[in-house]
Design a protein around this ligand. Structure first.
Ligand code: UP5
Ligand code: MG
Length: 190
């Protein structure tokens, strides 16, 4: 008999909306395995793999890495993990990403979280982060916001129409925001 499909959550939201921060809280409380697409891509840059330089150039411009590359990195993590519950953070960013995931991984998300945050708040958070990310500067941040609005909105609308989207008001303290996230995962625990 075929193994039961994994429980997959996509975590969406603009740059600096708090995806990574909330994922850490979800991991602590519910034990899901966190896969950040951005972190997987930055790891390729750090290890100077064959796609590293190309990825760096795209991230500096806030542009989207080819779906094939990102999906393959996610696939490797899914397949090498013993976990059956995953948080996929910062992916899919485009309709093309979404379709590539469905084609290559042959799975659909069970839950899609959307951290809804005003642009001025996202800009403030990103510019205050100070962790040396090559894309945390005002010029790149403006590009990231533009690309988010243009390309991620259709993905959000797609999951809204499928009834899988949970929109979270991403303004407030980390705790306030997590209080909105808690009941979503509680409802999926048996
Ligand atoms: N912070 C968090 N919560 C806060 C709160 N409630 N109040 C005040 N401050 C709060 O948070 C950002 C900052 O805000 C942190 O300093 C945090 O302490 C503080 P974080 O949780 O890091 O937000 P997050 O949404 O994860 O922001 P991030 O910058 O990681 O989002 P992006 O979506 O921009 O970054 P990502 O790493 O996903 O992608 C980077 C780039 O990689 C993309 O621009 C793109 O070029 C490329 N990419 C692809 O091409 N394809 C992919 O599939 C994924 C990425
Ligand atoms: Mg992040």
């Amino acid at each position: 008999p075929k193994e039961k499909a994994p429980f997959i959550t996509f975590v969406l939201g603009g740059p600096g909306s708090g995806k990574g921060t909330q994922c850490e809280r979800i991991v602590e409380t519910f034990g899901l395995t966190h896969l950040s697409a951005g972190d997987l891509l930055r790891r390729e840059i750090a290890f100077n793999t064959k796609n590293g330089a190309m990825i760096l150039n795209l991230i500096k411009e806030g542009k989207i890495v080819p779906s094939e590359v990102t999906v393959k990195l996610i696939q490797k993590e899914l397949e090498s993990s013993d976990s059956r519950k995953f948080l996929i953070d910062g992916f899919p960013r485009t309709e093309e990403n979404r379709v590539a995931f469905e084609r290559i991984i042959r799975a659909d998300p069970d839950v899609v979280l959307f951290f809804d945050c005003p642009e001025e708040e996202m800009v403030k958070r990103v510019l205050n982060r100070n962790q040396g990310r090559v894309d945390d500067n005002i010029t790149t941040m403006k590009k990231r916001l533009k690309i988010f609005e243009a390309l991620n909105r259709p993905v959000i609308d797609y999951y809204e129409n499928k009834g899988k989207l949970y929109t979270i008001n991403a303004v407030g303290t980390v705790d306030d925001i997590f209080q909105q996230v808690l009941p979503i995962f509680s409802s999926f625990e048996q």
